[in-house]
Design a protein around this ligand. Structure first.
Ligand code: AMP
Ligand code: MG
Length: 268
């Protein structure tokens, strides 16, 4: 069970049935064990990633309200040492941010080498919420796909590894989670009236997401559609992709100074 990069020539439909995995899923105990194992591997990989210092890793999470962005970040990125990881959430831009180009606040949050940067929403909102709610004219947002690709290509050329995850929930699952959110006093603070407005525009968001997948899933900065109705499956799939990404990098601890053993005898 693993994710495939989105192939723009074979776009996912993003229908509700794609929010669950097809084929055999391990039982919940087995899945838990396998997730825990990936979690341990992620923790070890992050340590050597930091020491190696040659790359930055940028992990982008997008998804509708209640698709599980917060939960995935907590469960999967919780494996990383907080010193080596920074999570940035992008909400409605401030007046100050709006006075700049749309990528300004994004670029500012891109991780430096040795660090892992996690985006909870991202520059893709500028072709999602902005497009669906007509916050800028089409002539403006339609140019952004190309600007985003150029921006991401520039980052990749400068040692930033990019992985983008769309957490795909079905309409029924989102309804249940939003209802839960309204009735649970520990969760209802997350609810905003705008969530229902976005839910009412379900199909427009689907079109906007498909356009992103079709235009911005590149070789170097691929998109993955994560079937996210089942939270454990979701976490497992994202963790597995990040393990594979980090393992493909041939990470190494730097060589110690040649005379290091001389110092060892001096520690008293
Ligand atoms: P949440 O993730 O639930 O805290 O909500 C953040 C809200 O900010 C969502 O409704 C996003 O659509 C919205 N948002 C994020 N980025 C932008 C943007 N660039 N322009 C307009 N709305 C945005
Ligand atoms: Mg929200």
């Amino acid at each position: 069970m693993h994710l495939e990069r989105v192939d723009p020539d074979n776009l996912p439909s993003l229908h509700d049935d794609e929010a669950t995995v097809t084929g055999k899923v391990p039982g919940s105990r087995k899945l838990r064990e396998r997730f825990d194992e990936l979690h341990d591997r992620l923790a070890k990989l992050q340590r050597v990633f930091y020491a190696d210092g040659r790359h930055a890793l940028l992990v982008v999470f997008q998804g509708r309200d209640a698709s599980g962005k917060d939960g995935t970040i907590r469960n999967v990125c919780g494996a990383f040492n907080p010193q080596g990881c920074r999570v940035t959430s992008f909400g409605v831009p401030s007046t100050h941010e709006l006075a700049h180009d749309f990528l300004w606040r994004i670029h500012n949050a891109v991780p430096p080498r040795a660090m892992i940067g996690v985006f909870n929403r991202s520059h893709y909102e500028d072709v999602l919420a902005v497009r669906v709610h007509e916050l800028v004219p089409e002539a403006i947002w339609s140019g952004r796909y190309q600007q985003i690709n150029a921006f991401e290509a520039g980052l990749v050329a400068n040692d930033v590894i990019i992985r983008k995850f769309f957490l795909h929930v079905s309409s029924d699952e989102q309804r249940e989670r939003l209802q839960e959110r309204l009735t649970n006093p520990e969760r209802n603070w997350k609810f905003r009236a705008g969530d229902l407005d976005d839910r009412a525009r379900w199909d427009e968001y689907t079109d906007a997401y498909r356009e992103i997948l079709g235009r911005c899933s590149t070789m170097d900065a691929p998109w993955f559609v994560v079937p996210a109705d089942d939270k454990r499956v979701r976490d497992y799939l994202v963790a597995r992709e990040l393990v594979d990404t980090l393992e493909s990098l041939d990470l190494r601890y730097p060589e110690a100074a040649p005379d290091i053993m001389r110092y060892a005898s001096l520690v008293d």
